[in-house]
Write a protein that binds this ligand. Structure first.
Ligand SMILES: [Zn+2]
Length: 324
């Protein structure tokens, strides 16, 4: 197999699935595979799921010799230096599990491990929307808000790897309780479930909204995606919900700008498509949301990677010299 081309594998481990992909030096995902994550029993079951996902990328087991390095993104908290998975709430099968060490033993290639938002941030900086910018703040908005900070092209980890939890910046200490145990984190105010919750709350007072129709008369069925569609139809409830969401996000990003003054802010995740028509409106709100004299010089971009953000992010963790 000496002359076979070498490939980098990116592995995206979630609470319910493992996605693996072959990623080239330009950040293109050439092949991908997905298997359920095994979440019960011995910790090695989780490793078996990862191996199954990787094996599915190759026609036969021996082709796996082509792998030059493997990058892995996994739910935190984890230690990106040692590759130990500490105690992720949505991955209880691994508790202080030395994932990098076990993978190195199994594949005998360099292994890199980081959390999913940090990894996705790096992929955007290297190959995606943030390419060409030196310092980037990345946020993925979905059921939660994950963030990553790229300074001079590298992930900012803090002392132990726990830095850049920007989704849990509190912007209202009397606000609603967040999953993390704090009150008023931006995640609990402006992620997908918060947008839907705000819409439901307003619907109770407004029988005229088109959202009722979209949800089939079931208020619990209202989603953030429906809010976006209703907004496009000029629905008053959706407009109010979006205005509040944009206010919250702009206020939060204003604080990020005052703290980091990044060259670019990149927004990804499922809720980013809902926000796509409103990027200029968010930027306009920065004027009153930060003391930075020139916030409008900071670019606000939609992420390049969608569903493949985890795979590309994992592959981006691999150093250039480990590619060959
Ligand atoms: Zn929180």
């Amino acid at each position: 197999m000496k002359n076979a081309p070498r490939v980098v594998v990116g592995v995206d481990i979630g609470g319910t699935k493992v996605a693996a992909g072959l990623v080239n030096g330009e950040g293109e995902i050439l092949a991908r595979n997905r298997t359920p994550m095994l979440t019960t029993g011995a910790p090695s079951n989780g490793l078996t799921a990862v191996s199954t996902a990787i094996r599915g990328l190759f026609t036969d087991a021996s082709s796996q010799n082509q792998i030059s390095a493997i990058g892995i993104c996994a739910p935190g908290p984890l230690n990106p230096t040692t590759g130990v998975i500490i105690n992720p709430p949505n991955l209880p099968i691994w508790h202080n599990y030395p994932l990098a060490e076990e993978m190195r033993r199994a594949y005998k290639v360099p292994i890199r491990v980081d959390n999913d938002a940090n990894a996705a941030a790096l992929a955007e900086a290297k190959w995606g929307a943030g390419r060409g910018y030196r310092n980037i703040f990345y946020a993925t908005l979905g059921t939660g808000i994950g963030t990553g900070i790229i300074l001079d092209g590298r992930i900012f980890h803090g002392k132990t790897g726990a830095a850049a939890e920007g989704g849990h910046l509190g912007i209202d200490y009397k606000g609603p309780l967040c999953n993390c145990g704090k009150h008023g984190c931006i995640e609990t105010l402006a992620a997908g479930p918060a947008i839907a919750r705000r819409a439901r709350h307003k619907l109770e007072q407004n029988p005229k909204s088109v959202l009722w129709e979209m949800a089939g008369g079931d208020i619990q069925a209202v989603s953030s995606e429906m809010v976006g569609r209703a907004h496009a139809l000029n629905d008053p409830v959706a407009k109010e919900v979006m205005r509040e969401t944009l206010d919250l996000l702009a206020y939060w990003l204003g604080s990020i700008i005052d703290l980091l003054e990044p060259d670019a802010i990149v927004i990804g995740g499922g809720v980013s498509s809902l926000l796509a028509p409103f990027l200029d409106e968010i930027r306009e709100r920065w004027r009153g949301a930060c003391i930075n004299p020139r916030p409008l010089d900071i670019t606000l971009l939609l992420a390049h990677y969608g569903e493949g953000a985890g795979i590309a992010g994992a592959a981006a963790l691999v150093d250039e010299e480990e590619r060959d």
